[in-house]
Ligand binder design. Structure first.
Ligand SMILES: Cc1ncc(COP(=O)(O)O)c(C=O)c1O
Length: 490
């Protein structure tokens, strides 16, 4: 797409050729079709949010030597992106990334090259609402609303009875909590955004798990902070590496996902929770534990207490959500922190959206009153789907390996060769959309991994795995499912 002069006024800063090369990694390189593959990889960066929409890309002349390809290759890749609506160019102003109409979060997945009508989106790990529970809770909430209608309805920290119910659930799980430790948000992502905007300044470094949830990384970028990845080991967190990074960097914030980590599925042991909380307290770092998946245990050992239970002094902040354990459409999440920080966050939140809607918060109160039923319904849906995915991998892709997930919503699958980006691009053409490993990183690594959610019905999962395994043999590279080596990892 060639832009009109003047429509590029608010484009972001250019990405340096070396930074772009790092983000692209090596997964797109293959003999013969490099322009095509480069375009797919660039499109992946903007679709995954690893590069912001409106980021200016380097000129063909600057990028080609950095990537070690000809100018013609970069030029053909840019032409392809322009043709598909992912790049806009204007004479004298360069070229910048964009999204075509209909693409982006919440839109149907992009379908390239005439994908079959039955496209399967496995890029999103989420479930439909638990019914009839949600409907019943919504009906009770609608009745309860009249208790609020004589008030103004704007409570930046959230409706009191929901704050109390969330606090009670923390207390039940082992972290004693009162309502003044709780701020209700519009989901975990909103919670993370609030923390980043209140507690970081542009250029500041923030410790993150490597790999990590892509929107954790994009939220850090959105705050103009710099993510410093701390690698996860094969069976869990490297506490010594966190300690060393905290000493070296002196960060104000560290972000981790301790329960059924997205994407690896690992759960932090009780000992590591205590050690990481101690590191945070010693180094003056606020450790943000994202518990979005914490209540999604399917089987295996009992969950350790929340990280916050190891921290009497306020060095651990917890964010949580109803999106995975109940329903993403509610947009209800929370922050648990020291009351003073909660007050500051509530004031900052009021600057953005004043407060959350009362009705949804009352639905959440009703759901929490029937929480055991909600979780049981999620387990009943997810267990057969998890088992179907694991069986399909064993049958159709025996050379791929993955830990049998004990909870959460997805499996982290290791391929025998580093072809994740190419496999994801080929699968998209065949109508199966998956997230390749590099999308969970800051530097384009993890080309040996793909994340496969088991949130779709068993037949869809079997069809997806069959397609993926056939394509994997074509793009370069058969599942040995190991049982979870708990208790160290859990
Ligand atoms: C680890 C993690 N954090 C945050 C989110 C976003 O949650 P929410 O829908 O509550 O904003 C997700 C969703 O997948 C997630 O997996």
């Amino acid at each position: 797409m060639w832009g009109q002069s003047g429509d590029h006024g608010s484009m972001s800063a250019p990405v340096a050729p070396a930074v772009l090369a790092g983000l692209l990694g090596e997964g797109w390189r293959r003999p013969g079709a490099s322009a095509h593959a480069l375009a797919d990889a660039l499109r992946g960066l903007v679709v995954d949010g690893r590069l912001a929409v409106r980021t200016r890309v380097p000129s063909e002349r600057a990028l080609a030597p950095q990537l070690g390809v000809s100018r013609g290759t970069v030029s053909r890749a840019y032409d392809r992106l322009r043709g598909d609506g992912y790049l806009v160019s204007a004479r004298g102003a360069g070229s910048w990334l964009t999204l075509p109409a209909g693409a982006g979060p919440g839109a149907p997945p992009p379908v390239f090259g005439g994908a079959p009508a039955r496209a399967l989106d496995l890029t999103i790990a989420a479930l439909p609402a638990p019914e009839p529970l949600l409907g019943e809770c919504a009906a009770r909430a609608a009745t309860a609303l009249s208790r609020y209608s004589a008030m103004l309805g704007c409570a930046p920290a959230g409706v009191g009875e929901l704050r109390e119910a969330i606090a009670a659930r923390f207390t039940e799980r082992g972290a004693p909590t009162t309502a003044d430790h709780v701020l209700v948000t519009a989901g975990a992502q909103h919670a993370l955004h609030l923390l980043l905007s209140l507690l970081t300044t542009p250029g500041e470094r923030v410790l993150v798990d490597a790999p990590s949830y892509p929107r954790t990384l994009s939220a850090v970028r959105g705050a103009r902070a710099r993510a410093v990845p701390v690698p996860l080991g094969a069976s869990g967190w490297d506490v010594a590496a966190w300690d060393a990074a905290a000493r070296a960097v002196g960060p104000r914030l560290g972000l981790t996902i301790p329960d059924f980590h997205n994407p690896t599925g690992l759960t932090m042991s009780a000992g590591d929770r205590a050690a990481l909380a101690a590191t945070a307290a010693r180094s003056g770092m606020l450790l943000v534990a994202d518990e979005t998946n914490a209540e999604l245990r399917l089987d295996g050992p009992a969950m350790p207490a929340p990280v916050a239970a190891s921290d009497p002094g306020g060095a651990v902040v917890t964010i949580g959500s109803m999106s995975k354990s109940a329903w993403g459409g509610l947009r209800i999440g929370w922050i648990r922190a020291a009351p003073r920080l909660i007050r500051e966050l509530a004031a900052a939140r009021a600057d953005v959206d004043l407060a959350g809607p009362v009705l949804e918060q009352l639905v959440a109160v009703e759901l929490l009153a029937r929480w055991d039923e909600v979780l049981a319904s999620r387990r009943a849906l997810l267990r057969p789907r998890r088992d179907a995915l694991v069986s399909a991998l064993a049958e159709h892709a025996p050379a791929w390996t993955c830990r049998r997930p004990r909870g959460g919503l997805s499996a982290w699958v290791r391929l025998p060769s580093p072809v994740a980006t190419r496999l994801a691009a080929a699968a998209a053409h065949a109508g199966v959309h998956i997230t390749p490993g590099p999308s969970f990183t800051t530097d384009g690594t993890f080309e040996h991994h793909i994340r496969l959610p088991y949130t779709r019905p068993p037949d869809d999962l079997a069809r997806a795995v069959q397609t993926l395994s056939q394509l994997a043999t074509r793009v370069g590279g058969a599942t040995a499912v190991e049982d979870d080596p708990a208790p160290a990892a859990i």
